[in-house]
Design a protein around this ligand. Sequence first.
Ligand SMILES: Cc1cc(C(=O)O[C@@H]2C[C@H]3CC[C@]2(C)C3(C)C)ccc1N
Length: 228
Amino acid sequence: EITKEQRALIKAILDAYNRHQIPQDVTKKLLQEQYSAEENFLLLTEVATSQVQVLVEFTKNIPGFLSLDREDQIALLKGSAVEAMFLRSAQVLSKKMPSGHIEVLEERIRKSGMSEEFMTPMFNFYKSIGELHMTQEEQAILTTITILTPDRPYVKSHEAVERLQETMLEVLRKLCVLQHPQEPQYFARLLGRLTELRTLHHYHAEMLTSWKTNDHKFTPLLCEIWDV
Ligand SMILES: Cc1cc(C(=O)O[C@@H]2C[C@H]3CC[C@]2(C)C3(C)C)ccc1N
């Protein structure tokens, strides 16, 4: 019972999601550079920076996003960046890539000076995403729903964002019924991941502060998106 408009919406979002991927040279570096904590941190910085660039490009293609108030667009991007990035990196890590990128990225994250207390919830999240075996459409729409969260700091037109998010929630609900008929709770499980993402968001803020105090170098884009 997915309408023609909803099918067009899914296609637009999926195309944008697939079109904007992390450049090959960044992922290739993950396999080449050596394994010092320093080198790992620099690589994660590069991964994070390119993930933010990919996120901005993807967000601009979300139908209706560019017609939101300009300042609200920025508020949504800043408020959702880390959650969208965890979602995308979880999807990358849970997809068994042939060239062993997964172990490498995981290894580099573990050895990048990130605090242990943050590592556990992060890898638990990656595991819980992996177990869902989301389709590409579900991943792209769940990321869109995360970005269109109305209650981010400084969002003014709450209702306008809520209307967009509700449209996406309805599409995701129908997709889940269609693609996981044997799992009536699947849609609820996906939304449960968004709650887990907010916890990670909180841990992430603390991680940034600890990196900052240990004088780790950030790129201007990461400083701007996370006000550090
Ligand atoms: C300020 C700053 C932030 C990160 C970050 O959030 O990285 C995230 C942790 C993992 C989950 C998403 C990340 C981009 C990841 C895949 C490296 C990495 C480097 C850096 N200088």
